[in-house]
Ligand binder design. Structure first.
Ligand SMILES: C[S@@+](CC[C@H](N)C(=O)[O-])C[C@H]1O[C@@H](n2cnc3c(N)ncnc32)[C@H](O)[C@@H]1O
Length: 218
């Protein structure tokens, strides 16, 4: 069970067990770390605490169905670890790297990785920096949530993607409506097969949409 000592932390949704399987205890621990250290260190607003499970953790897990088995995933602009940490907990087949430029956030991510006893890498820097691409290495999928408008995001992550690698970005309904109009610009930036996909239909209110695109070229 979630620690009843943490004020405002909502009951764990029944769906969490199915989403995380035998990693449910680590998912609970992550929620507790977000609600305590995450709030104290200013990474999560206190008003977000009651909705950590649905709006943040399960919403992040929804991305899983758009990520191929065994992929090397880089979560760009991970912040407090969203969507990368819930995604990697729900999908132990993935190799996860969390990229984040802000020192305070990087420190929190490192602490979470150590606390959970997992093997994910944390890389400090901006996605567009060559040093980050070198540190990250080969990537199959880049994930991102609430990092930048799509054309800017693509410009930042292009250097991480080899031809055939994918960008999977969580977007809200209004941003999804704008995607068709952005296709020419995204295509000119070297991306192909740009499409919006509904994900997480089994996750109740955490169901969401992602935009998926593939880096072109050979
Ligand atoms: C609004 S926060 C979202 C954090 C997290 N993805 C989430 O959904 O809660 C945006 C994050 O992107 C990071 N960021 C901004 N510019 C970036 C860049 N060029 N490369 C990588 N991360 C960046 C910020 O430091 C911040 O942590």
């Amino acid at each position: 069970m979630t620690d009843p000592q943490v004020p405002g932390l909502p009951d764990e949704p029944a769906l969490a067990a199915g989403a995380f399987g035998d990693r449910l205890p680590q998912a609970r621990r992550f929620v507790e770390l977000l609600a305590t250290d995450g709030v104290e260190r200013g990474l999560i607003g206190p008003r977000e605490v009651p909705r950590l499970w649905e709006r943040h953790v399960l919403n992040s897990v929804a991305v899983a169905e758009a990520v191929p088995h065994g992929a090397r995933v880089v979560d760009v602009g991970s912040g407090a670890g969203l969507p990368g940490i819930p995604l990697a907990l729900a999908r132990p087949d993935l190799a996860m790297t969390l990229v984040e430029p802000m020192a305070r956030r990087v420190e929190f991510l490192g602490d979470v990785v150590a606390d959970l006893g997992v093997e994910w890498r944390v890389v400090r820097g901006r996605a567009e920096e060559k040093s980050v691409a070198r540190a990250v290495g080969e990537v199959d999928v880049v994930t991102a949530r609430a990092v930048a408008p799509l054309p800017r995001l693509v410009g930042w992550v292009r250097g991480l993607l080899r031809p055939g690698s994918q960008l999977v970005a969580l977007i809200g309904a209004s941003a999804a409506a704008e995607v068709p109009g952005l296709v020419p610009e995204l295509t000119a930036a070297g991306m192909r097969d740009v499409h919006v996909r509904a994900v997480g239909s089994t996750l109740g209110d955490a169901a969401t949409q992602v935009v998926v695109m593939t880096r072109g070229g050979r």
